[in-house]
Design a protein around this ligand. Sequence first.
Ligand code: FES
Ligand code: FES
Length: 192
Amino acid sequence: MMKNGEKQIFREIPGSNREEKLIKLTINGRLYRLRFGEDVEPWEMPSYDVYPWDTLAYTLREKLGLTGTKVACNSGACGSCTVLMNGTPILSCSTLTVDCDGKEIITIEGLADPATGELHPLQKAFIENHGVQCGFCVPGMILSAKALLDKNPNPTENDIKEGLSGNLCRCGNYNLILKSIMEAAKIINKKG
Ligand code: FES
Ligand code: FES
């Protein structure tokens, strides 16, 4: 039975003396309750949504269909898989889903205006300033940039370089990515 404010919810599995844990994630404003298979092997209970070894990137992409989050190195080295957790950029390939219980996650799918579908100024600026080549690094770049601009709406070029130092672009499109973020900051400040 769910109680207000609980982060984890347990209930008995019928016919078993085991309890089932549900993990709650709010992703892009929508609440997901995911069944967590603890102390089981995948072949025992294949219907669980999350296993103890699942990364957030895996859950987002493979279980929830949120494939905007990209996985490149899958080892915490490139920043492609960056999402926001409670407003802070994290590497979803190196974060276990079970450790995100009760957290608010924003992925690239959650940046557009939910009412109008209008793209976020960062998304528009990347398009208009050719900040995208192959595009694989871009969701992570944009989410790191969003966290930076939320804290520092008037960044210098050096602030941006430092803020995005964990995000690698294999296409080497750094100059236009920098320009895109500078332009987005101008637009956001004009609106504000
Ligand atoms: S895919 Fe996560 S850091 Fe590279
Ligand atoms: S645009 Fe291709 S990896 Fe950055």
